[in-house]
Ligand binder design. Structure first.
Ligand code: PXP
Length: 388
């Protein structure tokens, strides 16, 4: 299967890898997994010129398809479908008018172009237009289904509170490094620690040892302070999650204001990217923050589930849940990978885990609190049992 996607225009933020993956999925869903399809993303000027030269219409359009089958250019042994040209300028305008993301609009245009390459033509007759529209809807639904089925939510355990108990006496036990090993043996897919500037729980020694012992994935949660950034660059965890950090707070209170400090956070992301450390930004379920996270090159966002977890009524929890669901959806569409966490426990985790758009949950306090009574192994397994 080969999709050759090229972008010949600047000024639009979108994930070419996400679109390529979707184009490949679409070929597969249409039963042409081995076919070759070329896609060019251009500006209005270029598509207007093509529209004039090939269709005698001197204006920009959203998508043009040039089928090789139609042109009789079939090659034995290779299935070359042809070229689809999409104007990103027009797609962006249409996305704004429809209040959807550019990726969502691009996906529809990719489907439309592909169906033209496969011989559909809505201009032939009303009946053909209805047939093509039905095929478009089917493919869109199938693509969504395939993408969701591919996402199996994982559980990362935050072991900060093992260190909190140790620090209460300033001694050596209980050891968060040992706890992390037990979590991994119980099935956790990752270990999270927050190295705070005041070192109130996790210590440098813990993180250095965890770097050597964690077999799954070490996610270092941290504020964007110079000293901690330098520490992370030396340590090279598997990923970092940037959080706002205030000395007086009991725990991380809100999401990062990414939109308000894009320059500062972009510099941290650049430094981490150079060291090959993927960055996640801990954000409230707010479209403005997601867009800002994408613009500065974050790989992941971790959606703050605290307000959902702290809701005082079912109605409030439902409302907060809807915000999380919509934010996770939007983040995926922006090409971001999505994690979630904060305040999740044995009663409220299942709905979030079931969303299908979230890759990993980061859970600490509830699991460690339960571990006091049933042991860490059992507490992790019980949480894993709640995931789909
Ligand atoms: N994610 C982030 C970014 C956090 O700051 C925390 C708390 O350390 C968690 C997840 C885990 O939250 P909880 O301990 O409430 O499960």
């Amino acid at each position: 299967m080969a999709v050759a996607l090229r972008c010949d225009t600047a000024g639009h933020t979108l994930s070419l890898s996400l679109l390529t993956a979707r184009a490949e999925q679409l070929l597969d869903l249409c039963g042409h997994a081995a076919a070759e399809w070329s896609i060019a993303l251009v500006g209005d000027g270029e598509i207007a010129a093509l529209n004039r030269d090939y269709r005698q219409q001197d204006r920009p359009t959203n998508v043009l398809a040039f089928a090789l089958r139609e042109a009789g250019a079939e090659m034995p042994g290779r299935e070359l479908l042809g070229d689809v040209v999409i104007s990103l300028d027009t797609a962006a305008r249409e996305a704004a008018a429809q209040k959807i993301t550019l990726h969502q609009r691009m996906t529809v245009l990719l489907i439309h172009g592909l169906l033209h390459l496969l011989g559909f033509d809505h201009e032939r007759s009303d009946q053909e237009a209805r047939r093509m529209e039905a095929a478009e809807q089917r493919l869109l639904a199938a693509l969504e289904h395939t993408e969701r089925r591919g996402t199996m939510v994982k559980l990362a355990i935050n072991v900060d509170h093992v260190a909190t108990v140790r620090q209460a006496r300033g001694g050596a036990e209980p050891d968060p490094v040992l706890a992390a090993g037990i979590c991994e043996l119980a099935g956790a897919s990752g270990i999270v620690v927050h190295l705070r500037e005041d070192r109130r729980h996790i210590q440098d020694r813990d993180v250095l040892l965890l770097r050597q012992t964690v077999k799954t994935k070490l996610n270092l949660e941290m504020g964007a302070a110079r000293e901690i950034i330098d520490f992370a660059l030396r340590l090279k965890p598997d990923m970092v999650t940037l959080v706002p950090e205030k000395r007086q707070e009991l725990t991380t209170e809100g999401g990062l204001d990414v939109a308000g400090q894009q320059k500062k956070l972009a510099a941290v992301i650049r430094a981490m990217t150079k060291a090959e450390i993927p960055v996640s930004l801990f954000v409230d379920p707010d479209p403005k923050q997601l867009k800002a996270a994408q613009e500065i090159g974050a790989t992941f966002v971790e959606i703050h589930t605290g307000r959902y977890a702290d809701a005082r009524s079912e109605a409030e929890a439902e409302q907060e849940f809807e915000l999380i669901a919509a934010a996770a959806e939007e983040a995926c569409e922006l090409g971001l990978r999505v994690n979630a966490g904060h305040g999740l426990n044995y009663r409220n985790t299942a709905p979030v885990a079931g969303l299908g758009t979230i890759e990993e949950l980061s859970i600490g306090h509830a699991v460690m609190a339960r571990a006091m009574f049933v042991g860490i192994d059992q507490a992790v397994r019980e949480m894993l049992a709640l995931l789909p």
